[in-house]
Write a protein that binds this ligand. Structure first.
Ligand SMILES: *Cc1c(COP(=O)(O)O)cnc(C)c1O
Ligand SMILES: [Zn+2]
Length: 394
């Protein structure tokens, strides 16, 4: 399969896999797969789901560094009155978030390029996933985090998988600026979603939705932080359409937290770019991002697919998290619940048709953020080891 890196701003193409941004205008790059060179050897038969099932559409040549990522369940739910709502639970990936789909490709590419170390800035899940795949590949891993603003489960994973984890007294956006500089100077392979190869892995969410459902849904709803995932999923659907494997693209619908919503604000005014926010704040730490790197790609995905963006409050996020866990048995972290909160809000606003089939992506697992859970659910009740006392509180 042939591909090049194409600049989304000036349209120039490059055959150098080591680039992250356009050397001539600094624009974002995307992997342009020459689809006429692709031999589609997989079937949308709903079986053997995993990222590497679609390897003919993935731009790496070497042996995959894989931990059996992908193949996440798609649950039919009772949400949404008359329209059909499915939840694709990406928290069921090996490290507990969709980031694994990107990392299996990103770390395989790092090996292909002969790199000795990988690096990222992270709100948590990127670091957990990167550390896990770096361990599998035998690479060193360096992580820069916003100190005190990363959910406990995620830091625990990054540390246990052997990454060097550094907290800085600032936010994610600043951490990313630093790690971009450091990676360039130290020859670390940068694995944030500015890395175009990572997004190639994440586009398999689109492939799996079609594979599992057997058709193309009307709408996909997901939380948006650095805005890589919505761009990646849109690209996945677009490639299937260009290959003639499907004939429509779902309305890409991005949900942001009120305290970190530059994409929603740009969408509201139909702008093509965002105004960065200096102090983003939300309980959904995975999407606590004020200056999303992939904003342009994401807005393009939303406009081109006739989708939309909506923002939700922290309360709405927590309510949705509780609802999903207690009524559907699906345990997700706060950022993931933003997709359900967004669905509920859009239904109320009358923005979703009653005949629509909707897929909500829940991006990360409940266990990622135990501290938020305890703060909203409270601690378990403690009583004496006595039958009567226990019965009293039942
Ligand atoms: C990374 C992440 C997001 C945001 O994804 P982007 O690609 O940065 O928009 C949302 N939810 C969870 C759980 C994440 O880990
Ligand atoms: Zn360019």
């Amino acid at each position: 399969m042939d591909y090049a890196l194409r600049c989304i701003e000036c349209d120039r193409e490059f055959e150098n896999d080591e680039l992250y941004t356009c050397p001539s205008c600094n624009g974002l790059l995307e992997v342009k797969i020459r689809l006429d060179s692709v031999e589609v050897d997989f079937k949308f038969d709903g079986i053997n789901l995993r990222v590497w099932k679609y390897s003919n559409l993935l731009p790496v040549k070497s042996k995959p560094i894989s931990l059996n990522e992908g193949g996440t369940p798609l649950f039919k739910t009772t949400l949404g009155d008359r329209c059909k709502v499915y939840v694709k639970h990406e928290g069921m990936n090996p490290s507990g978030s969709f980031k694994d789909r990107g990392m299996t490709i990103g770390v395989t590419k790092a090996i292909e390029l002969g790199k000795k170390a990988v690096a990222c800035a992270s709100t948590g899940n990127t670091s957990a996933s990167m550390a896990m795949y770096a361990a599998k590949a035998g690479l060193k891993a360096y992580v820069l985090l916003p100190a005190g603003k990363v959910a406990l489960g995620k830091v625990a994973q990054a540390l246990m998988h052997g990454a060097k984890v550094i907290g800085i007294k600032s936010n994610f956006d600043v951490a990313l600026e630093f790690v971009r500089k450091i990676s360039e100077e130290e020859n670390f392979y940068l694995l944030n979603s500015v890395n175009p190869f990572r997004l190639e892995g994440q586009k398999t969410i689109a492939f799996e939705i079609v594979d599992e459902l057997g058709y193309v849904p009307d709408r996909v709803i997901l939380p948006v932080g650095n805005a890589g995932n919505i761009s990646a999923i849109f690209k996945g659907f677009k490639e299937l359409k260009e290959l003639g494997l499907i004939d429509s693209i779902p309305k890409m619908t991005g949900v942001q937290a009120e305290g970190a919503s530059p994409i929603y604000k740009a969408f509201k005014e139909r702008k093509l770019d965002i105004i960065p926010e200096q102090s983003p704040e939300t309980v959904a730490t995975a999407i606590r991002i004020g200056n999303p790197v992939n904003a342009k790609k994401a807005l393009n995905a939303i406009y081109k697919s006739n989708g939309l963006s909506v923002s939700v409050s922290d309360n709405e996020i927590i309510e949705a998290q509780k609802f999903l866990a207690s009524k559907e048995g699906i345990g997700v972290e706060p950022a993931s619940a933003a997709s359900i909160a967004g669905l509920r809000k859009l239904l109320e606003m009358g923005e979703i048709g009653s005949d629509e089939t909707v897929v909500c992506i829940t991006t990360g697992h409940l266990l990622k953020d135990p501290e938020t859970v305890i703060s909203v659910c409270g601690e378990p009740i403690e009583v004496e080891a006595d039958l009567e006392k226990i019965k009293e509180v039942l």
